[in-house]
Design a protein around this ligand. Sequence first.
Ligand code: KG4
Ligand code: ZN
Length: 358
Amino acid sequence: MKILGIETSCDETAAAVVEGELNSKKRLKDLSSVLASSAEMQIKYGGILPEQAARQQVLAMLPVLKECFEKAGIKDGREIDGIAITVGPGLVGSLLVGVETAKTLAWIWDKPIIPVNHLVAHLYANFLENKEDGRREVPQFPAIGLVVSGGHTEMILLKSHEKIELVGRTRDDAAGECFDKTARILGLPYPGGPEIARLADDYFKSNPSSSGKSKDQKLDLFPRPLVNQDNFDWSFSGLKTSVLYKVREMKEDQQELNQERLAAEIQEAICDCLVFKLKKAISTFEPKSVFVAGGVAANKRLGERLAELSREASWTLFVPPPRLCTDNGSYIAACAFYHFLPTSWQKVGVNPGMTILE
Ligand code: KG4
Ligand code: ZN
């Protein structure tokens, strides 16, 4: 079965064709995955301007689809078996570009359309083959999924593809948002996550003895909110504020801002919060698999911390390669493969405020 996945929930315009066999334990294959981003424009404005993003997506949609089909060796749209489309959550104008395109194609080609929840879909990056880890098997249930993106931070318990429960979430900012906003405080461009990661990496390289355990290296300048509470929730807004106050104080005292050190401090605080609550969820739900998804899952330090946690564990860790962590069409198609619920195009519409359980 071949599925076309279309993703336009934020500033990217992405399409992919994914192939898989029903009832197979093997991961799905990416026949092609194409992405156009208006990131350069966002860098200029320090964030996403929804109107600008949607206009760029209108222009990018058809060239992206054309390239996607060419790369997958598909000459006629009727060769595919279904069209998966992100219906939410996301920016309304951006979502509309993808949804209306998908509906048009479904109508013209007389193909089923499968509405996809972007948040659930992120998890399905772990069901796709990738050269980086070379593994073929799909994750086993029950599984704990940690979704860490720019707008969401959620702990999900998956008993099966159909039984998905939300067990924890952030009460305010998402982990990615915390990276982005603290990066901004440090004067770094948007998106801040990769920038903080790069500077923190430089810090670890020039301080090799400090790259091990977070407590020993005394990267404890900032708080770890909610870690002492008996739940699976997070809060990142206090962490962001304490970075703001610290930087302000350093400037007032005319202290030199060591950006690399501050980036390492921020990254470690965020990783500590995520890992701490994940550990708690693992000991409570005893999963067979643990997987992460979303843009922040591309963070190298988080990957190292999770690998450390998984050593000699009874569960298997899945971390997608960075290109599958950030928004793309492949995991949208993969999600539709396992949740193949065709809907008539007349009933498909955008749902900008969609939650993970819808
Ligand atoms: O999942 P995603 O591509 O888009 C959303 O659905 O939000 O996630 C984007 C988020 C941004 O906040 C970005 O700063 C963060 O992922 N991000 C990272 C890294 N790469 C992307 N955060 C930390 N380290 C990274 N290497
Ligand atoms: Zn996303």
